[in-house]
Design a binder for this molecule. Sequence first.
Ligand code: AKG
Ligand code: FE2
Length: 331
Amino acid sequence: MLERSNLGSYPPVFRQLNSVGPQPKSYSMDDTQVSVAVAVPRVDLECLSLPKLGEACQNWGIFRLVNHGIPSTLFTRLQHHAQMLFSLSFESKQALITDPFSYFWGTPALTSSGAALKTASPNMNWLEGLNVPLSQLTQFQPQDPLLRSFRLLLEEYGRHLSRIATTLFQSMAKNLHLDPEQSEPMLEESTGFIRVYRYPPHHSMGGEAWGMIPHTDSSVLSVVNQDQVAGLEIFKDNKWLLVDPIPNTLIVHIGDMMQAISDDGYTSVRHRVRVKKQEERLSICYFVFPAEDSVIHSSKYRPFTYKEFQQQVQKDISTIGYKVGLQRFKV
Ligand SMILES: O=C(O)CCC(=O)C(=O)O
Ligand SMILES: [Fe+2]
C-alpha cells in the first residue's frame, strides 16, 4: 500500500492520489481491455541457438533472455539504489541529478542533451526517469554517496549490457547473412544509454493514464529489466499481451534500426506500459544504436543515418505530437 509520505518524492503533477481534482488528459485508446499474460519465447545466452533466436526476432520482435551472466545480486542492488534515489524529494532529485545524467518526468522523449523534449502531444506519460549516457559515466562524479555508488553499479551493469547486445547482434547478423564489415557500425557500443524509470501509482477517478503510451523503440536493441510489478505489454496478432516479470530474466526488444537492417525480416514490436493503482513500478532499460553517421541500407527504406532518423522523430513529436518512425523513410 502506498505511503502518503511518498508524495513529496513525486513530481507535483503526479500528486493527485485519491483526489477527484482535474485528471491529466489520457491517451485515448479503444483497445485498453485487460491484456492476457503470455509466454514470450526464451533465448538462452549460454547455449545460444541461432534458429530459436531467429524465430523469436521474426515472429515476436521480443524475447526473454535467460542465462545472461549478470549476477542476481547486481539486479537487486540496482533496484534497491533506484528505489532509494527515487524516494528522495522531487526538489533533491532536481538538484542532485545533473549533467551528464538527467532527471525527467511526464515524457520519455528527450533531446540529445537529456532535457525533456517539448511535445505537441497532450498525453502525459505517468513516469519519472533518469537518463544515463554510458559513454559519459566517468564524467559524473557526484558528492552524494548514494549517487556515487549508483554510478558504479550502472557502470558494471553497462558493461554487461554491452557484452549481451554485442553477442546478440552478432548472432542476428549471422542469421541474416549480413556482411560483417558493413554490419559492424550498425551497433555502436558508445551510443548505449540507460533509462531508469519509476511509474507512480495512478488512482484514476475519471481518466486512465499510461506509464508509457504505445510506441516502438528507435534503437537497434533494447533490454528491459523490470521489477516484480507487471505493466509491460506488447501488441501482437491484434491483441495486447502482458509480459510477465520473472526474476533474473531480461526482456530484449528489436528496435526500429534492427527492423530496417533486417529489411523488415525482424519486427520492432509495439509496446506500452500500464500503471498500477496502488503500486509503483521500476524498470531499468538499456538502448543501443548504430554509429550516428553510418548509412543504413535496406531494400525497404531509402538510405538514412540514425542521426537523420532521430531528427525526424524529434521533429514529429514536437510538431504533430507523436513519432511516425520508419514509415517516413519507406521507399
Ligand atoms: O519500463 C518498461 O518496461 C519499458 C520502457 C520502454 O518501453 C522504453 O523506455 O522505451
Ligand atoms: Fe520502449
